[in-house]
Every structure is written in C-alpha cells, then in structure tokens.
Design a binder for this molecule. Structure first.
Ligand code: TNX
Length: 495
C-alpha cells in the first residue's frame, strides 16, 4: 500500500514508527470527550472521507483525557496501531494539538473540501509531543487593509493546523479603527471608513468579534486584541478630535505629511503608509477616561488573559510624555483584569511583573539599551527579519515591504529565539502579518505559505534547525495546501 511519507510540521518531540498501518473505513467510529478536539476531528474526517464517522463509545479512534498532568497543558501521546488510534492528553487543548498531528499523518486529500476516494491509511507510529514555548502566535493587521470575519476564520484554520495557540489582532492604527465600541460609536462610524489606499475599510461589530473569539476558542486559540497607543492613533483622533494633543502637528511633522493629517485644526482620516506621526493627548484626563472605557470593552469582549496596548513607534512623543502616558494606561489594563502585552518600546515604561514585551526589531540590530534588563518580564520574539511575513521573500516578490530586508523561507526558519536578547525569559514566538501591501485573502496565503510553518516549528519544536531535512517536510505540505484549495501560496525556489 502507498503510505504517505511522514512530514510533520512542527516536528514532534519524539516519533517512533511501528510496523503496519491503520485505515479509516466506512465503519470507523470516533470516541472522544465533548469539546473542540473531538468535534474538529470528526468534522475533518467526515468532510474528506464521506464516511459517517459516528461519535460514540467503542470507536477505533479514541481521544481521551488521561489523568496525567505531566504531559502539560498541550502535551499528548498519539499511538497508531493496526487496530486503531489512541490519543491521550491532560486537556482538550492537548488533544486538539495531537489531532493536528493525526491530520498530517493522513494522506494530503484529507484536506479536501469534499469527499475523496481514499484509501485513508496511516503508518503506525507512536508520537510523544509537547511544545517548547507556551506562546506561539500569529498577528493579523486588519487595519491597513480590513479583512472580514470569513477571512479571519480562514486565517485561524491555517494557523491552527500548525499548532499555533495565539491569534493577535491588530485592531487600531492610523488608517482605521476596526472594533465597534459601544461608548464611542464614532470610532467606527468615522474611524473605520477607510484604509490604506483609500478603500472603504470596515470594522467588526461586537457580534462579529464574538464570532471570531468563539471560532478561535473552537481551535484552542486565544485572541489577543491590540489597541495601539499612544502612537498609531490618527483614526481615533479623527473620530474624537479632543483626543489630539495640544501641540501643532506642523511643529513635529514635516510637510507634505503634516498637511494631510490636519485640516482646519481637525485630525483627518489617513490612507498612507507612513508611521510614527500620531500621538494621543498625554496630559488630559479625558484621554484616560477614553482609554478606560475602550479597554473595558475590549477586555469584556476578550475571554483571554491579555490586552495588547501597542506602544510602538511613538516617534513624536518625548520620553517623558511616553513614561507619563504608560504610567496611567498600564493600570487601566490591570484594573480590567488583564495582563499587559506591548511592543518592545514599552520596556521604557514601568510594567508589572509578568507583563509581556513583543520584540520586533531585526536580529541584525543591537539590542536596545532599555532591554538590557528585562527582569520580571517575558518576551515574545517577533524579529522582523525572521517573522515579519509582510516582508518580501526576495527582490522579485510582487507585494510586501523591504524595510528590514527580505525574508526568505529559510531565513524565517533558521533562527533561535533565545539568542536574540541573551538572558531574557522567552515566552515564545509570533509571526506578524502587517497589511500595508496585502489586500486579499489570496495575498495572505501568498505571504504566510510557506513561511508560517517554519515560525510555528521554531515555537514548538526542540532547538537545532536542519534546513535540508525541514525543507523536504515543507515541500510535502504543498500537496496539503493544494488539496485544501489554497491556490496562491508562494512557489518558492528554496523548496
Ligand atoms: C513596523 S512592528 C510597525 C508597523 C508596520 C510594520 C511593517 C511595529 C511594532 N510597527 O506599524 O506595519 O513595521 O512591517
């Protein structure tokens, strides 16, 4: 029989091949605890095999919650023998990650959206697995170009397949405000009406956002919403002019940009791609009332423990103003019961122990002085020259930015998150997809495939990268994307 070659991404902690194979047939049943893992696997198998795959006791595929806490929250063991599949974990999340392994052991046709002929055979194996890092994220910028709920769900489908567990949504920026806020309706009625290039923009209603959060939870992904402050706030200021600082834009921003940002003293919507020109009024109490209301709604809508408050590229803000601002903004996050996440610039502020900083500067730059001592903080590693999937693959890539150079497939895979900021505690890694040049779901697929799986492996698998071995596995995944109907992935010459 023609059994698929094993090409797991991310590579598991341990894999042993056993003799023989197991086949899914019209008689196969699934025994699983109530929860996303069993639901996901049942739906996946039914869709591509066309078999009924009933759920109930006595199935030849068994997912079970073992009492063994030593597996960790996401750890699991998967044993496939000729008589069946047995997947054990301590939590449903662990089962869900293991289901992604079983999925990749099946023929690529398992990704098809309609019933295929099969056969549905897998090699017998024993896999013991758990992640290296607890934070394995992907960020989607829905501001520079807006992406609707269906596209975000598609993004969740893609990242969950590679065992990521965090969906970071960049929801606010100069070019738009993308989440409805009940107490500040102009943020969306005004602030969401455009995007980079002048398109119509758009926003998530609170019901839309709840749908995304629920879909993410169904894939054991935590949604981390980002309200970027005090910079990247032109859309908020265009919606509520009183949020703007008292200094005249022309004092700190050169023409012609300054002329686009203000007309008759009022902040305008912005559709360009410059960064670092906007800042909230740091000295007005009303700014913090605004933050309190908005952060309160973001927190209430987001069941996860984190709120991301940006903090990057506040380039027109003096260091004193930045520190004063963060000293008032950070406690609001805490008051709403959330842990602070912020871009690396926020290392200049006083952050409570346990806060997370997202490192984004390229690995080729020296570590900034403010990050020399990160005691009490944890770092999410997103160095631009490795994890910024909005950067071009090479000079010939039709879309994408190049401010940190180009990011080839190999470059996004061959790096070590713990050696960028020596001594820092590393929570994990996150791929970032900024969307200044990305305008469609096909563009998203073009930029994330084939680079995203490499960042996922850096986050999940033991250190020590072997490009030759990995690129063979990655090559095999193209058949899975083909089968899933993902047509626009980048046909990289590196594979
Ligand atoms: C830098 S990374 C930014 C974003 C841009 C991105 C483009 C960061 C914290 N800020 O505003 O979209 O580069 O690659």
């Amino acid at each position: 029989m023609n059994l698929p070659v094993i090409s797991l991404i991310p590579a598991p902690a341990s894999l042993t091949t056993l003799p023989g194979s197991f086949s899914i047939t019209p008689d196969t049943a699934l025994t699983a605890p109530a929860g996303p893992a069993g639901r996901f696997l049942g739906a996946l198998l039914r869709r591509a095999t066309g078999f009924p795959v009933p759920a109930g006791p006595g199935g030849s595929i068994v997912l079970a919650l073992s009492g063994d806490a030593s597996l960790g929250r996401e750890g699991h063991t998967l044993e496939i023998t000729p008589s069946g599949v047995r997947l054990l974990a301590h939590t449903d999340e662990g089962l869900f990650r293991g289901v992604q392994t079983l999925r990749q052991l099946l023929p690529a046709e398992i990704e098809a959206r309609s019933a295929q002929p099969g056969p549905w055979s897998v090699r017998c194996v024993r896999v013991e697995d758990r992640p290296r890092f607890e934070w394995r994220g992907a960020m989607l910028d829905v501001v520079r170009h807006f992406f609707d709920v269906a596209t975000v769900k598609g993004f969740i489908d893609r990242i969950a397949a590679y065992k990521l567990n965090v969906l970071h949504l960049h929801l606010t920026d100069d070019q738009g405000w993308r989440l409805e806020v009940g107490s500040r309706p102009r943020l969306t009625s005004v602030g969401a009406t455009t995007e980079v290039g002048g398109g119509a923009g758009g926003f998530f209603t609170q019901a839309d956002y709840a749908e995304i959060v629920a879909y993410a939870a169904e894939h054991h992904l935590t949604v981390v919403p980002e309200f970027d402050m005090p910079g990247h706030t032109q859309a908020a200021m265009a919606s509520y002019p009183e949020l703007a600082p008292s200094w005249a834009v022309s004092e700190r921003v050169a023409e012609p940009l300054a002329g686009l940002l203000v007309r008759d003293g009022v902040r305008q919507l912005y559709t360009g791609t410059e960064v670092g020109f906007s800042e909230l009024a740091v000295d007005k109490d009303s700014t913090y009332e605004f933050l309190d209301d908005v952060l309160g709604e973001f927190a209430a809508l987001s069941p996860g423990p984190y709120l991301h408050i940006g903090g990057d590229e506040a380039l027109r803000t003096t260091p004193e103003d930045y520190a004063r601002f963060m000293a008032r903004a950070v406690p609001l996050v805490i008051a709403h019961g959330k842990t602070v996440v912020a871009w690396q610039e926020a290392a200049a502020a006083v952050l409570p122990p346990g806060s997370l900083l997202q490192y984004w500067r390229p690995t080729t730059e020296p570590v900034p002085e403010i990050l020399r001592d990160t005691t009490g903080l944890r770092l999410i590693m997103s160095p631009a020259d490795r994890t910024y999937l909005d950067l071009k693959y090479d000079e010939t890539t039709p879309i994408g930015l190049t401010w940190a150079g180009t990011v080839g497939v190999r470059q996004s895979y061959e790096w070590e998150p713990t050696s960028v900021v020596p001594g820092a505690e590393i929570a994990g890694v996150e791929a970032a997809l900024w969307t200044e040049t990305i305008t469609s779901a096909d563009d998203i697929d073009f930029m994330i495939f084939p680079r995203l799986p490499g960042v996922a492996e850096v986050g999940w698998s033991a250190p020590g990268r072997d490009w030759a071995e990995y690129s063979r596995r990655l090559h095999a995944h193209q058949a899975r994307w083909d089968s899933a109907g993902i047509t626009s992935y980048h046909r990289s010459v590196e594979l």
